[in-house]
Design a protein around this ligand. Structure first.
Ligand code: PLP
Length: 405
C-alpha cells in the first residue's frame, strides 16, 4: 500500500486566511452598514505596465508563426539568455556583480523558497523570523525539518523574535546554531527593511558557522530609504553564505503572470559541493521553465522604460502606505513599516489582542485587515494593513478607522 508523507498530517489546517474569510463572510451576512474595504490582501491591483503588455503581445504573435515559434527552452534550466542577461545587467547597474550562470529563472519566489529545501539535508536546523511569511515554515514542515506543531510553534524550528524593541530585525541566536536561516527584507508582514549593518551581522555569523542564509527580497523595489540594501550581495562576504530570491510579482504586478529568479553564487559550497550546481541539477530535472511570452514580459520590466513605468505603480502603493501610516498615527496608534514596503504593521491599542482589534475594525469600520498573531506568536498585539488597494478606498478606510478609534 502506498504510504503518504506523514509530515503533511502535522500541518495545522491553514488557519489565518480561512479564519479571516469565515469572519468576513459571517459579518457580511449581517448586512453591514457600509461596503467592506479590504486592506488585508497581499496581492497587487494595478494593471501591467504598457511596455510589458506590448512585449507580451509581440511575443504572443511570434508564437503563432512557424519561424519564430518556441517550444521547450534549451537554455539554462528553461531560462532564455535575454532574460538572464537583463537580470545580470540590472544587478550590475545597482553595483552588484552576479554572473549570468548564477541566475535561475522560475515561476515564483514562493516555489523557489519552498523547493530550495530539496538540495539540503532533512537534518538541518532551520531558523525563521517571528512573525514570518508562512511559506518558509510550512515547506520545512512538509520536508520533516520542523518537528511537530504544538499549537503555537514547531518543536524543531528556531524562532527569532522580531519586535519593536529590536527594530523588527532578529538578534543572533544564543543557543543552538541554525544551519538554514530565512531572512525577508523588506519584510512581510512587518514592513521593516534591514540595514547594511544588520545584514552584515548575519552574513558574518553564517560564514563563521557554515550556515546558509535564504534571503527573500521580493519587495526590494519598494525601498525608498537611501543606503538600505536591495540585495544581500551588497554585503561583503554574502557570496559564500547566501542565496537570494527575487520576484517580478510585487515589483511589476506579475502575481498573475508568474516570473521570479533565484541567485546562487558559484562561491557558495557546503559539504564540498557547489549549491549552484545542485540547484541547476534540481531545476533541470523538475522544472521546464517559464513561458516564452512571460520571459519577454519580464525582460521588458528591466528596460529603462519598464523600470520607469513600474516605479509609477510602486509610488502609487507607497502613497497609499503613507495615507495609512499618517492616518493611524494621527488617531494615536503606533505604526511601523510602509516606507520601504507595502505593509504597515500597527500596534493594537493597549490591552487589545490582534484578533479582537481585527473584529473591531471589521464590525465598526467595515475594514478588513490581517491579525498579526496569524504570522507567529510575536505578531500578537499587531495588525497588518496593505497598501495594494485603490487609493480612494484606502483613504476612506483610514477615515473610517480613525472614527472608531
Ligand atoms: C508575495 C511574496 C513573494 C512572491 O512570491 P511569488 O511566488 O513570486 O509570487 C515572495 N516572498 C514573500 C515574502 C512574499 O510576500
Amino acid at each position: 500500500m502506498a504510504k503518504i508523507n506523514q509530515n503533511f498530517l502535522k500541518l495545522p489546517g491553514g488557519y489565518l486566511f480561512p479564519e479571516i474569510g469565515r469572519r468576513v463572510r459571517a459579518f457580511s451576512a449581517e448586512n453591514p452598514p457600509m461596503p467592506l474595504i479590504r486592506l488585508g490582501i497581499g496581492d497587487v491591483t494595478l494593471p501591467l505596465a504598457p511596455v510589458v503588455v506590448e512585449a507580451m503581445a509581440k511575443a504572443t504573435a511570434e508564437m503563432g508563426v512557424k519561424e519564430t515559434f518556441r517550444g521547450y527552452c534549451e537554455e539554462t534550466c528553461g531560462a532564455y539568455d535575454f532574460l538572464r542577461f537583463a537580470i545580470r545587467d540590472n544587478y550590475k547597474a545597482h553595483g552588484v556583480d552576479i554572473a549570468d550562470d548564477e541566475i535561475f529563472v522560475s515561476d515564483g519566489a514562493k516555489s523557489d523558497c519552498g523547493n530550495i529545501g530539496d538540495i539540503f539535508s532533512v537534518d538541518n536546523v532551520v531558523a525563521v523570523c517571528d512573525p514570518v511569511y508562512p511559506v518558509y515554515v510550512d515547506t520545512n514542515a512538509m520536508a520533516g525539518r520542523a518537528g511537530d506543531y504544538d499549537g503555537e510553534k514547531w518543536t524543531k524550528l528556531i524562532y527569532l523574535p522580531c519586535t519593536a524593541e529590536n527594530g523588527f530585525f532578529p538578534a543572533l541566536p544564543e543557543g543552538k546554531v541554525p544551519d538554514l536561516i530565512y531572512i525577508c527584507s523588506p519584510n512581510n508582514p512587518t514592513g521593516a527593511a534591514a540595514t547594511v549593518e544588520q545584514l552584515k551581522l548575519w552574513v558574518d555569523y553564517a560564514n563563521a558557522h557554515g550556515s546558509v542564509i535564504l534571503f527573500d527580497s521580493a519587495y526590494e523595489a519598494f525601498i525608498t530609504t537611501p543606503g538600505v540594501p536591495h540585495s544581500i550581495f551588497e554585503i561583503p562576504g554574502a557570496k559564500t553564505c547566501a542565496i537570494e530570491f527575487r520576484s517580478f510579482s510585487k515589483t511589476a504586478g506579475f502575481t498573475g503572470n508568474r516570473c521570479a529568479y533565484t541567485v546562487i553564487p558559484k562561491e557558495l559550497e557546503r559539504d564540498g559541493a557547489s549549491l549552484n550546481k545542485l540547484w541547476n541539477r534540481r531545476q533541470g530535472t523538475k522544472f521546464n521553465g517559464v513561458p516564452y511570452v512571460i520571459q519577454r514580459a519580464a525582460e521588458a520590466v528591466l528596460t529603462p522604460e519598464g523600470q520607469a513605468q513600474t516605479q509609477e505603480s510602486i509610488a502609487y502603493y507607497l502613497r497609499n502606505a503613507q495615507v495609512i501610516r499618517q492616518g493611524l498615527e494621527k488617531a494615536g496608534l503606533t505604526v511601523y513599516g510602509g516606507v520601504d514596503a507595502p505593509y504597515i504593521w500597527a500596534r493594537t491599542p493597549e490591552g487589545v489582542g490582534s484578533w479582537d482589534f481585527f473584529d473591531k475594525l471589521l464590525h465598526q469600520a467595515c475594514v478588513v485587515t490581517t491579525p498579526g498573531a496569524g504570522f507567529g506568536p510575536s505578531g500578537e498585539g499587531y495588525i497588518r494593513l496593505t497598501a495594494f488597494g485603490d487609493a480612494a478606498a484606502t483613504q476612506e478606510a483610514v477615515e473610517r478607522i480613525v472614527k472608531v478609534l
